[in-house]
Design a protein around this ligand. Structure first.
Ligand SMILES: NC(=O)c1ccc[n+]([C@@H]2O[C@H](COP(=O)([O-])OP(=O)(O)OC[C@H]3O[C@@H](n4cnc5c(N)ncnc54)[C@H](O)[C@@H]3O)[C@@H](O)[C@H]2O)c1
Length: 306
């Protein structure tokens, strides 16, 4: 194809997809996921648990993974209580490659091929970089990043074979903004964002357009993970209600949204960060309270002790 025709084709496609994007706000087409096998890592509490309950109501087959036996059991119990068709819970430390592969094989035998994979398990240490023990730095990367490699390796091949599936990556607003006292966390969340974009690009190159990708980047969600953190201007950057976060994520998955940033002001911040002078961005970070956000961080005390 010559340069002129190719350029014209791309311009027309861009206009089409721009229109499709704006129309999607009015005519929200949602896919039916009844009977689909949905695996959620970190399903034993917080956003993972709430998403599981929403998928249960939509008729999905649930596969729940967590290191926390009690939390995972409780999620399964709640899902059954609201009428989930099938719920399968597994103890799995997603940071351990062999354990992920072993439990994944068990899931394939006992439940079937996972078609919606939600990499949600996460931890935060919340200390200044130089004060963070090496072991915790490594753990953050193993849980928040490497775990995505192992689960995708385990479940993507079946999606590719059937050209059907969805990989959901729970990153963070800290996945495109460096924040003090979050060096390891930000590193891990930037990394999964890059990983998810690269995977989506590989699917595009392989013409596997039946495999969708959703990358989720929330600001603070009130689940306990970031206990103690405060937002400077709640009217501009509110702390998100977990129920709202889970609802927004599930509805974004059903609409095959590529990126979900919460609250919406983050879309604007993301663009501004790319085009404004660096010193101006520093002033704005300070204004938005990004430099102080972790000052009173307590987090999940049990997790820190472990
Ligand atoms: N809460 C927030 O403010 C916030 C903001 C942005 C992004 N996120 C991300 O959202 C995701 C869910 O966070 P949440 O707020 O629900 O936290 P949460 O602490 O309530 O849930 C995390 C779950 O992951 C599980 N988990 C931890 N390590 C694991 C491992 N090695 N293997 C398996 N499971 C493991 C925990 O047991 C827990 O059930 C995380 O990836 C987090 O980084 C949270």
């Amino acid at each position: 194809m010559n340069f002129f025709l190719e350029t014209l084709r791309v311009i027309l496609m861009c206009i089409y997809y721009l229109l499709e994007f704006f129309l999607s706000f009015i005519f929200a087409r949602k896919k039916n996921i009844a009977g689909e096998i949905v695996l959620i890592t970190g399903a034993g509490s917080g956003i993972g648990r709430l998403m599981a309950l929403k998928f249960a109501r939509l008729g999905a087959v649930l596969v729940l993974w967590d290191v926390n036996l009690e939390g995972n059991k409780e999620t399964a119990r709640l899902a059954c209580k609201i009428g989930a068709a099938r719920v399968h819970e597994y103890i799995c430390d997603c940071s351990k490659r062999q354990e992920v592969y072993q439990v994944a094989d068990q899931v394939k035998k006992e439940v079937g091929d996972v078609s919606i994979l939600i990499n949600n398990a996460g931890i935060i240490t919340g200390q200044m970089f130089l004060d963070t023990p090496d072991m915790l730095l490594e753990k953050s990367i193993q849980v928040n990043t490497m775990a995505h490699f192992w689960t995708v390796k385990a479940f993507l091949p079946a999606m590719v074979a059937s050209n059907h599936g969805h990989v959901v990556t729970i990153s963070s607003a800290a996945g495109f903004n460096g924040v003090n006292k979050m060096a390891d966390y930000c590193t891990s969340k930037f990394a999964v964002l890059g990983f998810a974009e690269s995977l989506a690009s590989e699917m595009l190159a392989m013409k596997k357009n039946g495999i969708k990708s959703t990358i989720v980047c929330p600001y603070l969600v009130n689940t306990g993970m970031f206990d103690g953190c405060e937002t400077k201007w709640p009217c501009l950057l509110p702390i998100i209600n977990p129920e709202y976060a889970a609802e927004r994520i599930v509805s974004g998955i059903l609409r095959n949204e590529r990126y979900i940033l919460m609250p919406r002001v983050l879309y604007f911040c993301n663009v501004m960060k790319s085009i404004l002078p660096a010193k101006m961005v520093d002033v704005l970070y300070d204004y938005f309270g990004v430099l102080q956000v972790m000052n009173r961080f307590k987090g999940r005390t049990k997790m820190t002790e472990d």
